[in-house]
Design a protein around this ligand. Structure first.
Ligand code: DP6
Length: 329
């Protein structure tokens, strides 16, 4: 097998220099069936498939400009070239851009800061789209998703709006590991963010995932969990069956956290308030309110509900940030 990244690069059109600058946008996404664990860390190939909902107007807007030297401005602030954020983003751009081109990047998060959703998924997906626009390309959507995946696994899903499935694939070169839209936006579907902490997480998701796969005996059960949950969630999205969707998504997220807790050293993202909120969600559900929760690599809860439950949830959680997922104009 030739090097898979070289192969991908050979599929890119010529880097033309017609444009001096270009702007693109990509939404963040929340997984309903989680991606947790890689079978290839360089190519970011997942052990299982996953399914997410994109967050419409909440994501990353990025402008690239041809320049003399690489620079990065994030939410209006210059980022030091020595930082991991800077190095990771430019290492990713190096995979795709003309090696002779230097770029000024102006990146802006359109997610409420308090939502704690600043997301590498939307940033890498947006970087691919912005490079495409800069070079005047129109890449096939699968290739766009594969390229974004090389930045961050979950970025493979952020190149699309609505409900999106990332196929795990089985090819060693990853050419069958890309995301595709499953269904458009579900207008009544809501995502609510309950922020518990905005502090940087103690362990990043890449490291936590790797540690779980390597050390958690429970991880052997994870592929079976996904094999059960993913088709159910996909069908529930297609049927707009909120109960099945919510139940399966919550179970999936909690099973993922169980594998993290069972790793060593343990990865425990939960804080006391995480559990308090989760119990409150369960109490509301017991009282008849259809609301479910999901959690990612951090202590914050994302509530899943439909529009009718909005007022009751606002009353129960005044700090709730409601995220619309209709696509950005
Ligand atoms: C818990 O995509 O951030 O949010 O591929 O290592 O960059 P890397 O990981 P990343 O992991 C996301 C993990 C998750 C679940 C999900 O989004 O599916």
């Amino acid at each position: 097998m030739s090097d898979p990244i070289r192969h991908l690069q050979s599929l890119l059109p010529p880097h033309n220099t017609r444009h001096e600058s270009a702007t693109a946008y990509a939404p963040a996404n929340i997984a309903l069936c989680k991606y947790w664990g890689k079978r290839d860390s360089r190519l970011k190939l997942p052990v299982t498939g996953s399914l997410s909902v994109s967050l419409g107007a909440h994501g990353t807007r990025m402008t690239l400009r041809r320049a003399e030297a690489d620079t990065l401005v994030l939410n209006g602030e210059a980022v030091d070239p020595g930082t991991a954020t800077f190095r990771r983003l430019f290492a990713f751009l190096d995979l795709i851009r003309d090696p002779a081109h230097r770029l000024t990047i102006n990146s802006h998060n359109t997610i409420p800061i308090a939502a704690g959703l600043a997301s590498s998924a939307s940033a890498f997906a947006c970087a691919v789209k912005a490079l495409e626009a800069l070079y005047g390309w129109d890449l096939p959507p699968q290739l766009r998703s594969i390229l974004a995946r090389l930045g961050s696994g979950s970025a493979s899903r952020s190149v699309f709006d609505g409900f999106v499935e990332w196929h795990a694939g089985s090819a060693p070169d990853g050419m069958d590991s890309f995301a595709e839209p499953v269904a458009p936006v579900w207008p009544e579907f809501r995502i609510g963010i309950l922020t518990v902490s905005e502090a940087p997480k103690p362990v990043g998701s890449t490291e936590a995932m790797e540690r779980t796969v390597r050390t958690a005996p429970l991880y052997t059960a994870w592929p079976a969990q996904v094999a059960h949950d993913l088709p159910r969630i996909r069908q529930a999205v297609l049927d707009r069956d909120f109960e099945t969707l919510g139940q399966t998504a919550e179970h999936n997220a909690l099973a993922m956290h169980a594998t993290m807790i069972a790793s060593w050293p343990p990865v425990i993202y939960w804080l006391p308030e995480t559990t308090d909120h989760l119990h409150a969600v369960h109490r509301l559900r017991a009282e008849g309110l259809p609301v479910y929760a999901t959690l990612d690599a951090g202590p914050n809860l994302k509530l899943l509900y439909t529009a009718e439950a909005g007022n009751d949830l606002k009353a129960a959680f005044p700090q709730l940030i409601q995220i619309e997922h209709t696509p950005a104009p």
